[in-house]
Design a protein around this ligand. Structure first.
Ligand SMILES: Nc1nc2c(ncn2[C@@H]2O[C@H](COP(=O)(O)OP(=O)(O)OP(=O)(O)O)[C@@H](O)[C@H]2O)c(=O)[nH]1
Length: 806
């Protein structure tokens, strides 16, 4: 009967020695060998061709290996190596049916394949069944002798730490009991073992070091099938739990984990084909290396595409993810533990080395996410810190206390969050980010501190500005002897108040003494600069102020009522008062006097510009011909003496017109108010009586005569300057007049004759007489000024006076 192993079997190596890797992988998947770890066993059967190997395996393991049809005669059925899973045996047991040895259909060269397949079976299997005819026992030319020799030879080429079970299955047993057969068989085996040439190291190594030899005898399947089946069923029992200690496959040393079986088998066959020695421990390490690498790669790939990881990675791109460290650690732990699960049976060193590599690779993959997370923690905590600091400061907390508290709180928060983000598998240090975060806090604190201090400084500066600016301006405008003492008082009081408040406000900053003093000193300097600046500003407009003051005093009476120039006012006195007051303003604005130092600017100006007789009577030098006030430093000088003088001259020139206008206005008023008869008329009326007066009125010739006489008398009075002539006494006056009388009369008559031809401008002559009077007043005022200024004023007067005539 020919049976095909339909499922759960594969043609592992074909007759040409080609390894069916794909077939093996599929087979492993089908029988789920990969999941077995170390809980699996491999059985192989060797023996002469057509010795009933497949028949035995199919009965023993319920497999479907091809068997030879008994009616077609003995010919080779099994080519290469077949593999199948033993049905119903736990743990998972794999059986390999090897091509029969001693085959008549292969030539001499084919012995190479026999050796290769024997070596492969010994390297891969836990149990090797040696199928032999009972009648071959003790026979010199036994069919299995060359096979055993081969097995022992190749076994010596295998450096294997574990002991393989070599089970001799005696077929077609005779009536001779096994007890009698077994010693003979063992003797045969020992002989063969002894005859095999061994390397020096194994010269005296007994067979039992390499093999656990067992012998079992079965009745003929063809002749005593029932007995055969019973015996096989009994033998089958030995294969249950074969990997337990003491079981047929009890020695688990050097077992390749099931998931590495495919690769291991391929590599072993490759090495065998290359006719190299098989160093199984080294091979095991190699298999472990490759398989662990594969497992690690597979786990890495599955981590890379893990949805939880992808979600986490995406989330951390944009924001802080709470529980980041816990989540990622767990994902990594899962991945590593899955690796460990799969790689657990591989060589320890290799497994842990690969595990380490996998861990490193995974950590490398997740590190950018961790760094991003730290960055989020840093920036988010920094933002929260900023808000908290602002709130604390707005809540009225002192700056230093608020800053200290916030730093402590947020450094702790930062550490906690870093701890939360920490990945257990990594020993990454967040120290660098911590230092950066700490620097960020310090830098923000420094910025806020600078801003707050600047804000405070500005606040107190503006307070000082408000307190000093207007009042100082007002004090300067009302300049008098008390101006500077009042400014000083104001300055010191306001500065003191501001400094005290400022100092209190600064106490919250807990700054060092030096810095605090520096800031206070700057505020004081600001206040001083404010007053000085204001004074400079006003000093620049001194001429305007002086004119304002002059005009104000000149044009208003003591009750601040506008003056009406009726003729009774003493313009000279008023002018003098207004000039003195304006000069006082000049004196006040000439220098800054914030420190209590006395100076003589005021006196010098008065003595030089208003009362020169008192000041310069004993000296020929001009005190104002200098660019410094002796006792006042240059930095405090706003208007130098020489500038004062020039300003005063300009001031006088510009105020002169006001005085002239006032005089003119006074004269005009006088004239307008003169509606009574002249005093001489009143006197005449009293002396001559009313009748005579009426006679005079009735006779116009008398009236004309009197009028002409008056004109002539008046003309002579003016022409002869009678009052001037009599200034030096009556006699010299009479003498002088007597000599000038006739020529003057003649001249007068001539002029009258000339004037009779042209219209007489009586208005001009009247103005002329008015201006001559104001000129005398200004000259009188100017008597205190320097000669140059006086001459300038006179020149200008002349120009103004002549213009109306034109
Ligand atoms: N005498 C005898 N013949 C058997 C026994 N078991 C099987 N056979 C016969 O031996 C022949 C070969 O059987 P297989 O099981 O195909 O032998 P094999 O060793 O697998 O053959 P190859 O794979 O070609 O090497 C068949 O005709 C079987 O019926 C047995 O116990 N005794």
């Amino acid at each position: 009967m020919e049976k095909e192993a339909e499922c759960c079997s594969t043609h592992l190596i074909d007759g040409d020695g080609t390894f069916n890797a794909v077939g093996l992988d599929n087979f492993i998947k089908q029988v789920k060998l990969g999941e077995c770890g170390l809980s699996y066993a491999v059985v192989a059967i060797m023996g002469p061709q057509s010795s009933g190997k497949s028949t035995l395996l199919n009965h023993l393991f319920h497999t479907n290996f091809k068997e030879m049809d008994a009616y077609r005669g003995r010919s080779q059925t099994t080519k290469g190596i077949w593999m199948a899973r033993c049905a119903g045996i736990e743990p998972c047991t794999i059986v390999m049916d090897l091509e029969g040895t001693d085959g008549r259909e292969r030539g001499e060269d084919d012995t190479a394949f026999e050796k290769q397949s024997a070596l492969f079976a010994l390297a891969v299997s836990d149990i090797v069944l040696i199928n032999m005819w009972c009648h071959d026992i003790g026979r010199e030319q036994a069919a299995n002798k060359p096979l055993l020799k081969t097995v022992f030879q190749v076994m010596l080429r295998l450096f294997s730490p574990r002991k393989t079970t070599l089970m001799f299955v005696i077929r077609d047993k005779t009536r001779t009991p096994l007890e009698n057969l077994e010693p003979v068989l063992r003797e045969d085996i020992q002989k063969i073992w002894d005859s095999v040439p061994k390397p020096e190291a194994h010269k005296h190594t007994p067979l039992s070091e390499f093999f656990n030899v067992q012998v079992v005898a079965l009745s003929s399947y063809e002749e005593r099938e029932e007995q055969f089946k019973e015996q096989v069923a009994s033998l089958r029992q030995k294969f249950f739990q074969s990997i337990a200690p003491g079981g047929l496959a009890g020695d688990r040393r050097g077992v390749v984990p099931a998931s590495g079986f495919s690769f291991s088998a391929q590599q072993i066959w490759k090495v065998i084909k290359e006719n190299k020695d098989l160093d199984l421990p080294a091979h095991k390490v190699m298999v472990a290396t490759v398989r662990c690498e594969e497992i690690a790669n597979e786990k890495y790939s599955s981590f890379v595409s893990n949805e939880d990881w992808l979600e986490l990675e995406e989330a951390v791109q944009s924001h802080l993810v709470p529980g980041f460290g816990r989540k990622l650690s767990s994902l990594l732990a899962n991945c590593l533990s899955r690796y460990d699960e799969e790689a657990t049976y591989f060589e320890d060193n290799v497994r842990s080395a690969k595990s380490k590599q996998l861990e490193e690779k995974l950590l490398q993959l997740v590190q950018p996410a961790y760094q991003l997370m730290l960055e989020h923690i840093r920036s988010e905590t920094l933002n929260n810190f900023k808000t908290a600091l602002t709130d604390a400061l707005n809540g009225g907390q002192g700056f230093a206390v608020a800053a200290r508290d916030c730093i402590t709180k947020f450094m702790r928060l930062f550490d906690e969050q870093c701890q939360d983000a920490l990945i257990k598998q990594a020993n990454w240090d967040s120290a660098k980010v911590r230092v950066k975060f700490s620097n960020d806090l310090d830098s923000h604190i420094a910025d806020v501190r600078a801003a707050k201090l600047s804000e405070l400084t500005s606040l107190y500066e503006s307070k000082l500005k408000e307190a000093l600016h207007g009042p100082v301006e007002a004090l300067l405008e009302g300049a008098n002897d008390d101006t500077w003492p009042a400014i000083r008082k104001l300055f010191f009081r306001e500065t003191e108040t501001a400094v005290s408040d400022f100092s209190f406000a600064l106490s919250g900053f807990e700054m060092d003494k030096e810095e605090k003093e520096d800031m206070i000193s700057k505020l004081k300097n600001f206040a001083r600069g404010l007053v000085e600046g204001k004074t400079r500003e006003e000093a620049a407009k001194v001429l305007y102020h002086m004119k304002e003051r002059f005009t104000s005093i000149f044009n208003h009476d003591n009750d601040s009522m506008p003056r009406v120039w009726t003729g009774k006012e003493d313009i000279r006195a008023i002018t003098k008062t207004a000039l003195s007051s304006s000069l006082k303003l000049l004196a006040v604005l000439a220098a800054i006097r914030l420190d209590e130092e006395t100076d003589t600017i005021g006196e010098t100006l008065v003595l030089t510009l208003v009362d020169p007789k008192k000041g310069t009577s004993n000296s020929t030098t001009d005190p104002l011909a200098s660019s410094t006030w002796g006792e006042v430093p240059a930095t405090k000088t706003l208007i130098t003496p020489v500038q004062c003088k020039a300003l005063w001259n300009q001031f006088q020139r510009e105020t002169e017109y006001t005085i002239t206008q006032a005089i003119a206005s006074q004269e005009a008023n006088k004239r307008n108010n003169n509606w009574l008869p002249p005093p001489w008329a009143i006197a005449a009326m009293v002396i001559l009586g009313f009748n005579e007066f009426m006679t005079l009125l009735r006779n116009p010739l008398w009236l004309l005569f009197i009028f002409v006489s008056y004109l002539l008398f008046k003309a002579l009075w003016v022409q002869l300057d009678i009052s001037g002539e009599f200034r030096n006494g009556a006699l010299p006056g009479i003498l002088s007049l007597s000599t000038k009388f006739l020529p003057t009369v003649t001249n007068l008559l001539r002029k009258l004759a000339e004037e009779g031809q042209t219209p007489v401008n009586t208005e001009a002559s009247r103005n002329n007489s008015n201006f001559s009077q104001s000129s005398k007043i200004i000259q009188g005022n100017h008597s205190g000024l320097s000669s140059s200024a006086s001459s300038e004023v006179t020149m200008e007067n002349d120009m103004e006076y002549t213009s109306p005539q034109k």
